[in-house]
Design a protein around this ligand. Structure first.
Ligand code: G
Ligand code: G
Ligand code: MN
Ligand code: NA
Length: 254
């Protein structure tokens, strides 16, 4: 309850901030964009990570309000980087299950894109299997409308949620994100490697792109590249960065 009160104050006082973790295109080696990750600059506590407060946002329903703020802030940042000369930076935003079910994702996205004149192609939404499955019929309508605009859709933490694969061909999606659980020991555990390779192969058969998260070593990176994974994200390349550092990194890579 104390945490809930503090979070309500945090919203009023603008204490939430987005960090950005770069993603790398494994075919070209170039930065392909970033994932926006929520942080809380809590006075007296320093930088607080989502594991400590996103569950509270979820339980209290505050995530609906914060989710809209995240989409708005991500689009504002894309526009700011473009203005500063960093060029077109592609940003993926996490959408939680409750935000998707209770909020109006489609309208929030349309409003933010228009407000900052951001090309829809620069915005990607990451949803978990659970969020997608909670109301399949509505999910299909909302995601189809957003994709018609040009917004991209990825399934986050792929391989850890529902085991049914039937939705993969029903849902309008662009990308699968291999969960860190299969990446961690990919070069030493044949079972993890088998699952990761199966996900890559299945994704490509379905004309989807595939990204691996949690890449921490060169050997993991090389293994994924050799096996035709399209993108990677992880501490090996970069931790999540404040917006100005992300912008500088993109600028330096041009
Ligand atoms: O940034 P970090 O690696 O600590 O993120 C941990 C988890 O917190 C992420 O995997 C994600 O599930 C959640 N998270 C981070 N940022 C956001 C966000 O902007 N929105 C939502 N809904 N969840 C987030
Ligand atoms: O959205 P999602 O729940 O997948 O959030 C990604 C989380 O994974 C973030 O908390 C981010 O800090 C974390 N992360 C990103 N790269 C790495 C990595 O290389 N290793 C580990 N252990 N965690 C990572
Ligand atoms: Mn994610
Ligand atoms: Na993930």
């Amino acid at each position: 309850l104390d945490l809930e009160m503090a979070l309500r104050r945090a919203l009023d006082n603008d204490e939430l901030v987005l960090y950005f973790q770069p993603k790398v295109n494994l075919h070209t080696g170039a930065i392909s964009g970033a994932e926006a990750l929520l942080r809380w600059q809590r006075p007296g506590y320093g930088l607080v990570f989502p594991a400590e407060f996103v569950p509270v946002l979820e339980d209290t329903g505050l995530i609906v309000r914060v989710g809209a703020w995240i989409i708005d802030t991500a689009c504002r940042q894309i526009a700011a980087w473009a203005r500063a000369g960093a060029g077109a930076v592609h940003v993926a935003v996490n959408v939680s299950s409750r935000q998707f079910v209770e909020g109006d994702l489609e309208q929030e996205v349309r409003t933010a894109l228009e407000r900052y004149k951001v090309p829809p192609e620069l915005l990607e939404l990451e949803l978990t299997e659970t969020a997608l499955m909670s109301n399949a019929e509505r999910t299909i309508v909302v995601l189809s409308n957003l994709r018609e605009l040009g917004v991209q859709v990825a399934i986050d933490d792929f391989g850890t949620g529902y085991s049914s694969l039937a939705y993969l061909q029903r849902f309008p999606i662009d990308k699968l994100k291999i969960d860190i659980a299969f990446v961690r020991d990919i070069t030493t555990n044949p079972n993890d490697a088998a699952i990761a390779l199966a996900i890559i192969s299945m994704a490509h058969s379905l004309k989807l792109r595939v990204i691996a998260e949690g890449v921490e070593s060169r050997s993991q990176l090389e293994y994924l590249r050799r096996n035709r994974c399209d993108e990677m994200q992880g501490f090996f390349f970069s931790r999540p960065l404040p917006a100005d550092e992300m912008g500088a990194l993109v600028e330096a890579g041009k």
